[in-house]
Design a protein around this ligand. Sequence first.
Ligand code: NAD
Length: 276
Amino acid sequence: MKDVMILTGAGQIGMAIARRMGFGKKIVIGDKNLENAKAIAKIMNDAGFDVAAVEMNLSSKESILNLIAEAQKYGEISMLVNAAGVSPSQAPVETILKVDLYGTAVLLEEVGKVIQEGGVGVTISSQSGWRMPALTPEQDELLATTPAEELLSLEMLQPENIRDTLHAYQMAKRCNEKRVMAEAVKWGKRGARLNDIAPGIIVTPLAIDEFNGPRGDFYKNMFAKCPAGRPGTADEVANVAELLMSPAGAFITGSTILIDGGATASYFYGELKPTE
Ligand SMILES: NC(=O)c1ccc[n+]([C@@H]2O[C@H](COP(=O)([O-])OP(=O)(O)OC[C@H]3O[C@@H](n4cnc5c(N)ncnc54)[C@H](O)[C@@H]3O)[C@@H](O)[C@H]2O)c1
């Protein structure tokens, strides 16, 4: 038996983190697109990792429980990396809320029930959650603590209250941050830690879909004008994950770290500030 890392989302960010932290572990990758999971598993197995690919849909609790059960066949779960998700240009409002908001909440809760003592998890939200104006303290608390199965019934998430897919994505990512805070309390009772990384524009297939989507010019302008003057790479996100998941990050839990080349800073107080 080995310690197991669960990786959801066989994308570039997930792979970069798994390559950084998954040495010596069994890595079980769950992705809705089994071909993606197999492709990443092959790259990693060819590089000396020990990876199995499983079909998994983050929007289904049954599928999440199945992934956890598959992972437990190899040993105890000591790490979770949740890097599955859909972006505003990839899916309708309902799918974004089901995958990015509800699915993430279920995954964090269910893995939190079985994570090994001393275990660590990270989930990937987005700078998008930092752009939206603050919600009320009551709304924040509802996002943090509403039982996962009731989340999608919250009034603030009903179709008449969600403007478009970007708004749905922002609400989902804000919810991820709040959920990580509430879950970190529970994970802590098991001696485990849970954190969140909020990336800016990181070049991956998901971001490339955004560059080619209806908000393409907006995104290209954002990375050109942000203090870093470029988009980021998945390996730079893995640098943050390494801090959060290693003993150097032992005092960090329930936290969200923004890694966006300064785009959010510029959005509020610099050249990226919206003019209208
Ligand atoms: N790339 C960026 O610029 C960026 C910025 C901020 C946040 N993020 C977030 O990072 C995470 C990872 O994105 P990425 O850029 O590595 O994307 P990616 O496209 O490389 O990978 C995402 C993976 O998630 C999988 N997926 C989609 N829906 C799923 C579902 N229902 N169940 C299981 N798997 C599913 C896809 O098949 C894909 O393999 C996402 O949550 C995304 O919102 C990305």
